[in-house]
Design a protein around this ligand. Sequence first.
Ligand SMILES: [Fe+2]
Length: 497
Amino acid sequence: MELTPFPASPRFQVFFFQIWEQRASKQPSLGPCPTLCGWRGGQSEGPCIGRRGCSAASASCSRSCGVKGPTPPTSVFAGPSESPPSRPQPTCDGAQRRPSPSTGDPTSMMVTWTTFLPAESIVLFGRDPGEAFTRSARGWASRFVDGGKLGRTAFIHHVSLEGLEPGQRYAYRCGSEQGWSRPYSFQALLNGSDWSPRFAVFGDLGQVNPQSLPRLQHETEMGLYDVVLHAGTIRGDSDALVGDAFMRTIEPVAASVPYMTCPGNHEQKYNFSNYRARFSMPGDTEGLWYSWDVGPVHLVSFSTEVYFFLEYGQHLVAEQFQWLEKDLRVRKRRKEHPWIITMGHRPMYCSNNDQDDCTQHESVVRRGLRPHQYGLEDLFYKYGVDLELWAHEHSYERLWPLFDYEVYNGSTEAPYTNPRAPVHIIIGSAGCQERLDPFDPEPREWSALRIEDYGYARMQVFNRTHLWLEQVSDDQNGKVVDGIWLIKEQHGPEAWH
Ligand SMILES: [Fe+2]
């Protein structure tokens, strides 16, 4: 990947997309990459990770959104949605935009988009309403060459918007004098930990059969979410053509709300190069693993794929594991952000009727590479991870609080109140070309609920003690088919005893 030389008069062609968290990217970052790791446009020797000295700044300040505490609802989300929204229009090639935002530091936001020819990287923005596009910010572009036969070249633009007011809505458009995108808007996140972020959570949303997407788009437009968490399998395939089409597909969501990702198995082509180039997440690992804080939550995203695509470097397993341990053991952060929620693609446990890793008693994600190196279950238990979000299985499964195949419910009456082990939720049924994954007819004692519908989850972390998570069935016209309060008066490993 190289910094783009800008020819004198490029022709504007295509735009899209993405705003994302800027906390760790003060140094414009893609530039040094080829020098350090020799990576060239996806045909690469290894990801460019751990080599740039970015550090995450923490957001702190105080502002309350006024949410005091939960009363048990059927759904805490004032919702749309008995009437399904219309399907997204097919995108015409060339002129679509594909934004996607994500944030963490509420005062900065990164906008990313792509052109097929070189162009400058500029975002015009301003408070909405009131300022029109009175401010401008410039960024940089990187030249990306897909590893496929076509060797498609794209220019991926990154512009950081700084000095945003937490909670303020902004309008923006991206581009250059060669052409501008249509206007979009987003709301800067609130800051501090004393507010109640709302998440859409799902995995396995593909370019083919993205069944839940219209409903997600509709709910995003209604302002239901502060953040989207997409837990891998992001395009259903990973070459540039499919990637371009998929980015256009998710643009209505990803242009408006921080769109946070982790890599899944379908992103693996050419050493995850499309994923790494298109989804710029916090930190210095090209989105493979990172963490960030939002409200009372410390969110940790990581790659289960490092355990399975060892041809891209077995050292990544160790590097990620060491990073995870370092990140999780920061105790003082937990006072400010007591919830630790992880997001990874392939689960440790599942009861689907396939031969996936999670169906194996000694699953690799759970126990690590043989002989039991870098297993994640012990690590997450050791540091008191509260909630583990997974995908990959195209279904919804909620597990009882669980460690090493033992159920540790808080009590018989209230299993998720002060549970004594992490809670696992698998949400890989947003919709992709592989359809749904059936369950094994024999339920497991550690599995609390299984639903074989297309859908996604809504999650709201109300405060330091109360988290609500509900599952929406797209097949059942948006019906909420499951919901739990996860209540924790204590966080950390102390909570297990
Ligand atoms: Fe997957």
